[in-house]
Design a protein around this ligand. Structure first.
Ligand SMILES: [Zn+2]
Ligand SMILES: [Zn+2]
Length: 458
């Protein structure tokens, strides 16, 4: 393995201030998925100043306008294409002390975007592509966090997007066509190590559950109403009682939130919306357990004389890292920060989810975590402690991985691609399979007698 570590490190360090500036700018301008216009504009300006020609997701006439872009570096020699990417989106978390308009980068995606700028700048240094074959695609992707399901469904209905997750949407748009391998680095809050990687992640599907009741005077005439909030509570109770039937091996997660009522306290609520995921480490289990959950939700509506509209959307596929690619990355991480600062685990699946998983269905991919943040991921105590570790280490390792994969006539990349067994033969085949997760059902329909027909399955 020929790795020009010192050369790469030097090239990144030349641009550390630009990276730190980007980290602070994007942290202070957090925006949630498909609205990350400020970070997008900031990065576009700087990528273009570096001389990159961008394919912009807001300038693609075939599709709706969303943030995100990519650019290709061609080594001039034939070989595989590696995509390395950073995410743009923040989270709604109004109670975070540094939230802006109710949003914060408490998953650290802003640091990924800042690292990408460092990578882009380092790759423009003289000799950066020397000795490499193939291409490097640098990509900034929107909307990794699967949130604001109602807003995204609205975007979908308007034709702005077709999919809830940014990478899935980019796959649909063809932005991953021709890409042979993918790599990315996500932040983490561990202090005693610098890099961590597991076997992969749970997949998820996104659920919007709308209980429908009837409003009436809560004091004077509750008998004239149907309480959608109570129906929703009953539905969730039934789901909770199903939890012991979930099997440990599938790592199922169901974590609903009630979105609240839009009426006064003296009114019987006529609507309660619940958002949730069903997560799991394999698509079969996700499908099976989701059907049970939908049955429980439907039964609760019937018990209360309420209605329930079930809306399921394809979320993210379970993520499985390519072991050979992981091994190469592990060695490079150790080379960069020392053996005792690196933990790779080839057995354990994390119960979170990422749309990087969808990429691993069709190409070899690895997503690692890098330290530098503190507090709790997705928590109000999440802060960046060391932009050096979170952004600079991230940029360095991504460039080292690119260099190791594509040097020596791209021998490593070629071997990983040749040995990889895709779950789906193509991106098109993957999309065809994932369609099965979409469901729209008005699950309980009453006739004049008050009898009901239930229908909660595709
Ligand atoms: Zn997150
Ligand atoms: Zn994240």
């Amino acid at each position: 393995m020929v790795v020009r570590k010192d050369f790469i490190v030097k090239n990144v360090e030349k641009h550390r201030q630009e990276v730190f500036d980007a980290e602070r700018f994007i942290w202070t301008h957090p925006q949630v998925g498909y609205t990350e216009w400020q970070a997008n504009e900031y990065l576009i300006e700087r990528f273009e100043a570096l001389g990159y020609k961008l394919v912009r997701a807001d300038q693609d006439d075939r599709f709706g306008k969303i943030p995100g872009f990519y650019t290709d570096l061609d080594t001039g020699k034939p070989g595989p294409m590696l995509c390395i990417m950073g995410e743009l989106d923040a989270l709604d978390i109004a109670n975070h002390p540094e939230s802006v308009n109710g949003m914060t980068h408490c998953c650290g995606h802003h640091a990924q975007a800042a690292a990408m700028l460092g990578i882009a700048a380092a790759l423009k240094e003289p000799g950066a592509l020397d000795g490499l074959s193939g291409k490097i695609r640098l990509m900034l992707v929107p909307a990794e966090e699967m949130i604001q399901l109602a807003y995204r469904e609205e975007l979908r209905k308007k034709g702005v997007i077709s999919f809830m997750g940014g990478k899935v949407e980019f796959m649909h748009r063809g932005y991953f066509d021709g890409v042979d391998l993918s790599f990315m680095v996500h932040g983490m809050t561990e202090r005693d190590i610098d890099f961590r990687c597991g076997k992969g992640n749970n997949g998820c599907l996104a659920k919007t559950i709308t209980y429908k009741g009837k409003s009436s005077h809560a004091g004077g005439a509750p008998h004239l109403g149907i309480n959608a909030q109570y129906a929703a509570m009953l539905g969730l109770q039934a789901c909770n009682d199903l939890r012991e039937t979930f099997q440990e091996k599938d790592t199922i997660r169901f974590h609903p939130i009630m979105k609240g009522v839009n009426c006064a306290v003296n009114i019987i609520p006529d609507e309660m919306i619940i958002e949730s995921y069903v997560r799991g480490n394999n698509l079969e289990a996700m499908k099976r357990e989701n059907e049970k959950i939908n049955r429980a939700l439907t039964g609760a509506a019937l018990a209360m004389g309420a209605g329930v509209v079930l809306c399921d959307r394809q979320g993210y596929a379970p993520e499985y890292h390519d072991p050979q690619f992981m091994k190469l990355t592990e060695e490079l991480c150790k080379d960069l920060v020392g053996e005792d600062r690196v933990k790779f685990n080839y057995e354990t699946i994390s119960t979170g989810s990422s749309d990087f998983g969808d990429l691993t269905c069709v190409m070899p991919g690895v997503q690692i975590h890098c330290g530098g943040a503190i507090g709790t991921g997705h928590g109000i105590d999440y802060f960046v402690e060391s932009p050096e570790r979170l952004c600079i280490n991230s940029a360095k390792i991504q460039l080292m991985v690119a260099d190791a994969l594509l040097s020596d006539d791209a021998a490593c990349a070629k071997k990983i691609v040749a040995d990889y067994k895709p779950q789906y033969a193509s991106i098109a085949e993957y999309f065809e399979y994932m369609k099965a997760f979409n469901l729209d059902k008005d699950a309980v329909v009453y006739d004049e007698k008050g009898n009901a027909t239930v229908d909660f399955k595709n």
